[in-house]
Design a protein around this ligand. Structure first.
Ligand code: ZN
Length: 212
């Protein structure tokens, strides 16, 4: 049986984008997306420090297929910062779809970090926007608070959770993926690609039953 991981004061649980639009019935539903809510609520009770991210786009956001006449969701365009997948309109600021799932129950979360609010840049990662240059401020926040190990959960495993984990690791934080508290979109092999990249970066993927 795998070793248990004891949560300490320097650990933070980063709950990525558990919002209505990423759950069944939402505009960009991740299969089984709502199934992360129970495991995340349980997991959060083990952590003193929890940060939530919230995808938060203005209408007409560059990542929306509807902003590019003739283009369809899941097509890729070349944005000034590189390739960008086009998505259905989702998580529009102030909309019900942008709200957290109603059963998400983490009253002690210390920070809600909104991302994707720049109309011209998408932001998968909680640390950097998709130009890989514009920081969200999260790294500074975690450092100032002495939080050095980031446990990641949420939606989607192969996009926002993945890139958040990568950037955490590349920015010298320890990163741990809590796999049963994530669900993926799996677009063109993106889940397998994510696993390979996590392995390359030595980011462990663990079950929440190992966390005590
Ligand atoms: Zn988005």
């Amino acid at each position: 049986m795998a070793d248990k991981l004891a949560i300490t004061e320097r650990d933070v649980l980063l709950v990525v984008d558990v919002q209505n639009d990423f759950c069944p019935g939402g505009a960009l539903a991740v299969p089984g997306g709502d199934q992360v809510v129970g495991p995340i609520n349980r997991l959060a009770r083990t952590f003193r420090h929890v940060v939530l991210t919230q995808d938060w786009h203005p209408p007409g956001h560059l990542s929306f297929a509807s902003s590019h006449p003739g283009r369809l969701p899941m097509e890729t365009i070349t944005a000034p910062y590189g390739p960008q997948i086009l998505w259905p309109d989702h998580c529009v600021q102030g909309s019900e779809g942008a709200d957290f799932h109603p059963d998400l129950d983490i009253p002690h979360a210390e920070l809600v970090l909104r991302k994707g609010y720049n109309r011209e840049i998408d932001s998968y990662s909680a640390f950097f926007e998709n130009d890989h240059r514009t920081p969200t401020g999260l790294a500074g926040y975690l450092r100032e608070r002495g939080l050095g190990r980031v446990f990641l959960a949420g939606l989607a495993f192969d996009f926002c959770v993945r890139y958040s984990a990568e950037d955490a690791r590349l920015d010298a934080f320890d990163a741990v993926m809590v796999e049963d508290a994530c669900r993926g979109i799996d677009l063109g092999g993106s889940v397998a690609e994510t696993r390979a990249r996590l392995e390359e970066l030595a980011i462990p993927c663990i079950g929440s039953d190992r966390i005590v």
